[in-house]
Design a protein around this ligand. Structure first.
Ligand SMILES: [Zn+2]
Length: 419
């Protein structure tokens, strides 16, 4: 009889524990004024440029990479050819070239590489946490996101000289697909007349330019190199698209030394044994490394809800995508904004201070385990797609402190169903 009674109590109490009582009631939320903090002058001056945002705050935490969910950039590729079809890759060969190019470019973005400049630096190698997806049109069956255009008037690209047309936007205006949400990349042949000049031909191995409507790249077909050889050009131009300047100039990053691009590649002889660069945003043979500040800048723009460039990302943060939770199990501060794709759990006794914007996917919840603390110091919890997320749960425990939420200053919790 006793056993039956215990079982009855467990069965009746268990669902209540999981649902109604789990949501953090308003009276348990601690509200307090923001502390008066004297900001260092240097930080204030940076804020004048980008209010309350610093690239450093967006650098992925390598100890907790899943706290910076990957941003996927929509791209498509266009092969522009003459009506003779003699001047560019075509058909299945071109589609394979496009896939290889995107795969190789993503490979460099996934890994990142040790920077060559400054010589013998100790700059950490941080995964950039963004990558490309070849984007097809939903209304076209079997669309690979790769397109072909045969146009004798617009097909050729001239990088320099009196007939230079790199800034000509007509080919993009005529053939662009989904230009308001997909980065359109046009692979074009150099003009055959320009290629007759030895001087032009020397620098025609692979070039690119970023315009507001998309990116033009040239030299891929003529040189007959495999697609991976051009991954750096693609990454460089997309880097411009997401707000990066040339690293050799004054680009606003302290970790990118200024230089005059003296070396195309590393050699065993001076000066290019120590002065060569592999930075993606310099001019060099590799273009396969980004500094923490450069990565922070890209992610800062991608996480800016008012940024034009954010429209080019797959909005996979709107609804709950994965069963895997983001778990905070130590003491952390999230200064940069982020769009989570899963539930968030603050483990027993852990502490998370949020100083930026955190988007929770639709129907997601934040769980505060007993003894944990979530401090929103100027923080902002919401759903970036104007949908409802569930809210903050703090399950009761018979003994010990329930998880606590502290709102400081103008901290905000929005779009939560249980709030
Ligand atoms: Zn450039």
């Amino acid at each position: 009889m006793k056993k039956i009674l215990v079982l009855f109590l467990v069965l009746t109490n268990f669902p209540v524990f999981l649902t109604a009582q789990a949501w953090l009631p308003t009276k348990k939320i601690i509200r307090r004024d923001a502390p008066v903090v004297q900001e260092p002058l240097e930080r204030l001056s940076k804020r004048l440029l980008i209010p309350q945002r610093r690239a450093d705050d967006f650098v992925p935490d390598t100890a907790h990479l899943n706290h910076t969910p990957i941003k996927w950039v929509r791209i498509n590729l266009h092969f522009v050819n003459s009506t003779s079809k003699k001047h560019n890759y075509d058909g299945a060969e071109a589609v394979q070239f496009a896939r290889d190019l995107v795969g190789a470019a993503n490979g460099d973005l996934q890994r990142n590489n040790q920077l060559w400049l400054p010589w013998k630096n100790q700059i950490p190698v941080i995964p950039p946490r963004y990558a490309y997806v070849l984007c097809s049109q939903k209304n076209i069956p079997n669309d690979p996101g790769v397109y072909f255009h045969y146009d004798d008037e617009l097909c050729f690209y001239v990088h320099k000289g009196g007939n230079a047309n790199l800034y000509d936007r007509r080919v993009m205006a005529k053939y662009g697909v989904g230009t308001d949400s997909i980065v359109n990349i046009f692979i074009m042949p150099h003009h055959p007349d320009s290629m007759l000049s030895p001087d032009y031909k020397r620098s025609a191995g692979g070039v690119g330019v970023m315009l507001s409507e998309g990116i033009k790249m040239a030299g891929m077909f003529e040189s007959k190199m495999p697609a991976w050889a051009y991954r750096g050009i693609l990454n460089h131009e997309v880097g411009h698209f997401f707000g990066l300047f040339h690293a050799f100039d004054s680009d606003g990053c302290d970790d990118t030394p200024e230089h005059g691009n003296p070396c195309w590649n590393r050699t065993t002889e001076p000066p290019c044994n120590t002065q060569a660069s592999n930075n993606m945003m310099d001019y060099n043979a590799l273009q396969n490394a980004l500094t923490p500040c450069q990565i922070g800048r890209v992610l800062m723009l991608m996480n800016d809800t008012s940024a034009f460039e954010r429209r080019y990302l797959i909005q996979d943060w709107c609804s709950l995508k994965t069963e895997e939770e983001v778990v905070v199990s130590d003491t952390l501060i999230w200064r940069g904004d982020r769009d989570l794709k899963s539930n968030l759990r603050i483990a027993k006794g852990a502490f998370l201070q949020v100083e930026g914007r955190v988007s929770m996917p639709e129907n997601a919840m934040i769980t505060l385990e007993p003894g944990s603390t979530l401090l929103l110091r100027k923080g902002h919890l919401h759903n970036a797609c104007n949908r409802k997320w569930q809210g903050i749960a703090a399950p009761r425990k018979f003994l010990g402190r329930r998880g606590q939420l502290i709102l400081e200053g103008d901290a905000r919790v929005e779009d939560a169903a249980n709030w």
